[in-house]
Design a protein. Structure first.
Lengths: 546, 276, 326
């Protein structure tokens, strides 16, 4: 029972039971954890590892259907397991606070920002902050929101995602608690916003001396932020240590695997491809909404030009709203361009109607983002894969034969063909989506954020598969992504987009390692965990020499 | 626990409805004499004479026989008008949702118009002008009940249209009809089924209200008519309005339970599980 | 900005009115027989010279468009036609009965809202408890009860058996002199009609609010509130309830229409001197100008009430102003 005076949280043997019929008995099993003041502990793991459950158990926010038990959950000097509900309620907000993944839905849409912050003071009478208004302004200033007086009176819908996450942090800090739990707080944010929020969290640790428990799936974030790390898989704690120990000398094979799956910023060797372009886009424009109309017109794609050749991978990178996905839609005719020229395989298809474009679908195919919505839940895998060829006039048995060949090629068993999408994992579904696109024997593949919904280890395997297929079929590939590391690993050439415009283009090597445009530089600089990255590259180089 | 509850809603609803269906279908077997014909002395109280458990009305007609034959009208009107309005609503909603743009705008304005206007008053006007009959009643009810279906289907179609598997269908070169009939509508079936079953209930209520106002089919006895005809006798012969009213309540509860059962059965699962 | 929204709303309302007018016109012309005969009342209702006069006025010899223009022009002047049966101007018959209908429907709407929101809130917050189950059964039955039958059962129980409330009318035969007594008298007459009309819709709202409360309870911002240490009661009041009531407002337009339609039945049972009862009498007499006029008026009432609820909605939900204003 000796407790270190600087320890804020100490959990002993926490287990969370899953309801009967789940794939395993425990969501979290025998978890031990402690956090000290002024320390950031990152709990890292892939989806289903139980990391969020742990956080929610501390907060008493687990769904009632889940039962949990532990030897102790000590917050400061109190064992939370032995406190009445009213005390637990009072401790939330006062001694421990939490922020969540989805800032867009985490604030009450009908309540002003200032009131939502002030509510913390209101429901915890006897706090040190008598002048609530002054405290709210002070908090808004601390989290770096401009014009706190205006923001205080605004409703959440007027704020961006990053701003709302700052408001959430202001709410969490309102009573200066000793422990902050952050559940994937930057996952829904763009990389530059993420960098700012991560900086803010470091400031909180250093200036307020709080203990922070950070739940994340992102090794880059861990490297950037953590003092100590806990790695979890399937509810089990695999290893614990300082960030240097865990990232640079992992003891557990799974940790090693997780780390290795993070793409490195090592571009492919530049290649010269002499063939004529498969895709040639000149001065393409797409505007949503009419200028002067009811809603503000958005110039989603502004004067964009590029070429793509067989065997080449061109990555289009940018943050949300940059227009990168609109380019994908224009290329496969899910949207019509307003002006410009689009040549596909030597033919001008800019203004072809959807119907007239149909024969061209055998040239260009697409892999989608969301593995859960990109397959019709009512159709068998075979039906999904053969639908395109059948619509193009391929005989039934030929189409089925191709489907069998392709499903094995993407690494699934032939029996998968007779099953339904819900029987597969996200990574498997994405493989099915790839097989469906290949069934049309295309020469160009457009992949729109196709690996961003996947866990990093699955992501690595799907990326390998795509690279193999590209070589095998000499495919041209347009790879839309927000993730610079992924883009770096897979592309020959790269364009960076900002508000509809291409701000920089070139080989992956030039753009990512020697960026010239200020925005590209900011993007590259915002990547979390760069110091670790450098050490990793050095270690790898040393490994090669040895 | 959830499973049992889901099953009880559906089971009770189906059992009740089956009973009512049997009564409706075999009304002429149970009561070979027309329900319009006098069977006993007028205004007999319930259970005062054997063979007339629910008593007789002011003309000596058997109340129980009226209820048995009345079930025919209620069920027929409920089912037929729902079929018509669902067909209408699905067509309009699917077209508006799939094609969007000006067409969608026009169709939704039209739908809104039909939804804003007091629907019961519209049905009354329709039946009154075209003279009351089973056909005009069914048409009137269909005319006023399709808008919610259209809005529901439009919403579903629009949301499904933005789902990636439909976009994938476009990219794979599937035809428009293929997209609508193979991808979109089959995935929108469950909410439509739930709504349709609740519409049967509303249609039964509307039919009874029309008949109550004297806008029923003169040739067929119905529960609403029986209640309306006995309105002035309320003080002296309570049974004339109480029993047909209970018949309506039980029928509508049964139909609503079935709708609820469907909803519970269809919603929590991922769409299309174990559907081939 | 608000008045701009008000104007658009008004414009939409006028469009709906035009729609109702077109419906009326179409129905009359689609119906079997001579429109003039219909307006004069069914066979034998009018004498030849009157019918001939009507034919002239309605322009039946002219093209349909002209006929509609004549009809629409009449409506714009507030001329809803002439009831030959009652030897009276339809518009004046309706106008004198509007207050009674408004009193009844608005009271019923209030009852429906209050009971519906309270029941729905309790059911949603204490979901799957015995209380919730009980409320669900009550609403299930209410939802299946014909309005007119519920009204009659109320009369049977509360007037005939218990004698608590008068069974029909809006005022006693001997109207009390003192204004306060008069108000109380009307109030006593109002209880049964308003409750029998309101309860059905209370059931609708209870189910709507219950589902909405459950939905909102699962929202992320409710979790935020818990994490802030907000007590349960305050979470329900401040965070859940206001958000959960929004769908009630957005569906109000549909329900007001239904409520006004339902008033036809309630007023019939209670001999309540409103436009619903007027419609019932007109149905019995096949007095078509009155039937059509009442239909048009109900449409107008709904549009007016909608404009009011719409403005209220804007106050409740700050996001609306944003989307409409941009």
């Amino acid at each position: 029972m000796t407790q270190n005076a600087t320890e804020v949280l100490n959990i002993g043997k926490l287990s969370v039971r899953l309801p009967d019929g789940a794939d395993r008995p425990f969501a979290v099993h025998d978890m031990d954890l402690k956090i000290e003041k002024g320390e950031i502990l990152c709990v890292v793991g892939e989806s289903g590892s139980g990391k969020s459950m742990t956080a929610n158990a501390v907060m008493g926010l687990l769904p009632k259907s889940l039962r949990f038990g532990a030897d102790h959950i000590r917050l400061n000097d109190r064992d939370l397991l032995r406190q009445p509900r009213s005390t637990l309620r009072d401790l939330r907000g006062r001694e421990v606070a939490m922020i969540f993944q989805e800032p867009l839905s985490a604030l009450n849409p009908l309540m002003r920002i200032g009131d939502q912050i002030a509510e913390v003071m209101k429901v915890h009478p006897g706090s040190d902050f008598n002048d609530v208004r002054a405290r709210v302004i002070q908090l808004l200033e601390f989290v770096g929101l401009p014009e706190p007086e205006t923001i205080r009176h605004s409703y959440p819908f007027r704020l961006s995602g990053g701003q709302r996450q700052r408001v959430m942090i202001a709410i969490a800090l309102a009573l200066e608690p000793d422990l902050l739990i952050a559940d994937e707080p930057t996952t829904a944010l763009d990389v530059t916003t993420q960098a700012q929020i991560l900086d803010l969290m470091k400031r909180i640790r250093d200036e307020k001396g709080m203990g922070i428990m950070m739940i994340t799936h992102d090794i880059g974030v861990v490297a950037e932020l953590a003092d100590r790390v806990i790695v979890m898989r399937q509810g089990e704690m695999l290893e614990e240590g300082t960030v240097a120990e865990v990232l640079e000398a992992p003891k557990h094979a799974y940790t090693r695997q997780l780390i290795d799956a993070v793409p490195m910023m090592l571009p492919k060797d530049a290649r010269q491809i002499g063939t004529p372009p498969l895709i040639s886009v000149r001065n393409l424009n797409k505007i949503y909404g009419k200028p002067g109309g009811k809603t503000r017109a958005v110039h989603a794609v502004n004067d964009v030009s590029f070429d793509l050749r067989a065997g080449e991978t061109l990555s289009v990178v940018g943050e949300s709203g940059s227009g990168k996905s609109t380019i994908a839609k224009l290329l496969v005719k899910l949207e019509e361009p307003d002006s410009g020229q689009y040549e596909l395989d030597g033919e001008d298809v800019t203004h072809l109607s959807v119907r007239a474009f149909r024969p061209k679908r055998r040239v260009i195919q697409m892999i989608f983002q969301d593995p859960f919505s990109s397959l019709n839940p009512q159709h068998t895998v075979a039906r999904s894969i053969t639908a395109g060829p059948l619509a193009a006039g391929v005989p039934q048995d030929r189409a089925m034969e191709d489907a069998r060949r392709l499903i094995s090629r993407v690494g699934l068993d032939e029996s998968a063909l007779n099953r339904f999408p819900h029987e597969f994992s996200g990574g498997q579904r994405q493989r099915i989506g790839i097989a469906r696109a290949l069934a049309m024997s295309p020469r160009v593949l457009v992949a729109d954020e196709s690996v961003s919904a996947l866990d990093v280890s699955v992501q690595a395997k799907v990326l390998d598969l795509l690279a193999d297929l590209q070589r095998e079929y000499d495919l041209g590939m347009i790879f839309i992504t927000h993730d610079l590391r992924v883009a770096c690993q897979i592309s020959d050439n790269l364009v960076v987009m900002l508000r509809g415009r291409i701000v920089e283009r070139g080989t992956a090597h030039d753009v990512l390692l020697q960026p010239k445009d200020p925005y590209t530089r900011a993007l590259v600089a915002a990547l979390p965990g760069q110091a670790w990255e450098k050490r990793r590259e050095a270690a790898m180089a040393a490994g090669h020499r040895a | 626990m959830k499973n049992i509850l889901k099953n009880t809603s559906l089971a009770i609803g189906l059992a009740l409805l089956a009973l009512i269906l049997v009564i409706a279908v075999f009304a002429h077997v149970f009561y070979p004499v027309s329900p319009w014909q006098s069977a006993a002395t007028p205004l007999l109280e319930p259970f005062s004479q054997s063979g007339l458990p629910l008593g007789s009305d002011m003309l000596g007609r058997d109340v129980a026989a009226g209820i048995a034959y009345g079930a025919r009208v209620s069920l027929t009107v409920g089912v037929v008008s729902t079929i018509i309005s669902v067909t209408l609503g699905v067509t309009i909603g699917a077209v508006a949702g799939f094609y969007g743009g000006v067409l969608d705008n026009l169709l939704m304005r039209f739908t809104e118009l039909f939804q804003t206007v007091p629907q019961f008053a519209m049905a009354v006007v329709f039946v009154a002008i075209f003279s009351p009959s089973l056909v005009t009643i069914v048409l009137a009810i269909s005319l006023v009940s399709w808008p919610p279906v259209a809005r529901l289907v439009r919403g579903e179609v629009m949301s499904l249209k933005s789902r990636e598997f439909v976009k994938a269908g476009i990219v794979l070169g599937e035809s428009e009809s293929g997209l609508i009939f193979r991808h979109i509508l089959p995935n929108a079936v469950s909410p439509i089924v739930v709504m349709a079953s609740l519409m049967v209930a509303t249609a039964i209520l509307t039919e009874s209200a029309l008949s109550f106002l004297g806008l029923g089919d003169r040739n067929m006895i119905s529960w609403g008519y029986m209640i309306g005809a006995s309105r002035t006798m309320l003080r002296d012969a309570w049974w004339l309005s109480v029993f047909p009213g209970l018949a309506i309540v039980v029928t509508v509860v049964a139909v609503n339970l079935i709708g609820e059962g469907f909803e519970k059965a269809l919603n929590p699962q991922a769409h299309g599980e174990r559907k081939a | 900005m608000t008045y701009k929204i008000f104007l658009t709303r008004l414009g939409n309302g006028l469009l709906v009115l035009l729609g109702v007018a077109i419906m009326n016109f179409t129905l009359v012309h689609m119906a079997p027989g001579d429109p003039a005969m219909i307006f004069a009342g069914e066979a034998g209702g009018g004498d030849e010279t009157y019918v001939e006069q009507l034919r002239q006025d309605m322009g039946l010899d002219k093209p349909l468009v002209t006929q509609f223009a004549i009809y629409a022009g009449d409506l714009l002047r507030g001329d809803l036609g002439y009831s030959f049966r009652n030897q009276r101007d339809v518009a004046s018959m309706i106008v004198e009965r509007i207050p009674a209908t408004l009193l009844l429907t608005m009271t019923a709407f209030g009852i429906a809202l209050i009971i519906g929101i309270v029941f729905g809130m309790l059911g949603g917050w204490f979901r799957n408890t015995l209380l919730d189950r009980g409320l669900m059964i009550v609403t299930l039955v209410l939802y299946a009860t014909p309005l007119f039958w519920l009204a009659m059962m109320f009369v049977l129980l509360f007037s005939v058996r218990l004698g608590w409330f008068p069974p029909f009318g809006m005022q006693s035969v001997l109207v009390p002199d003192a204004p306060l007594d008069r108000l109380l008298d009307i109030g006593r007459h109002l209880v049964l009609p308003a409750f029998s009309l309101g309860l059905f819709y209370a059931a609708t709202y209870a189910r709507l609010v219950r589902a909405s409360v459950i939905n909102v309870s699962n929202a992320d911002f409710v979790k935020t509130a818990r994490a802030k240490g907000v007590p349960g009661g305050r979470i329900l009041r401040v965070h859940v309830l206001r958000n959960a009531i929004l769908p009630v407002f957005s569906l109000a337009s549909v329900h007001i229409g239904q409520l006004v339609g339902g008033a036809v039945l309630t007023e019939t049972v209670f001999a309540w001197p409103g436009i619903g009862r007027l419609m019932f009498d007109a149905i019995l007499q096949r007095d078509y100008p009155v039937i059509l006029g009442v239909f048009l008026t109900t449409g107008l009432l709904v549009i007016l009430v909608n404009i009011v609820t719409d403005l209220l909605y804007r106050i409740v939900d700050p996001r609306i102003e944003h989307t409409a204003g941009n």
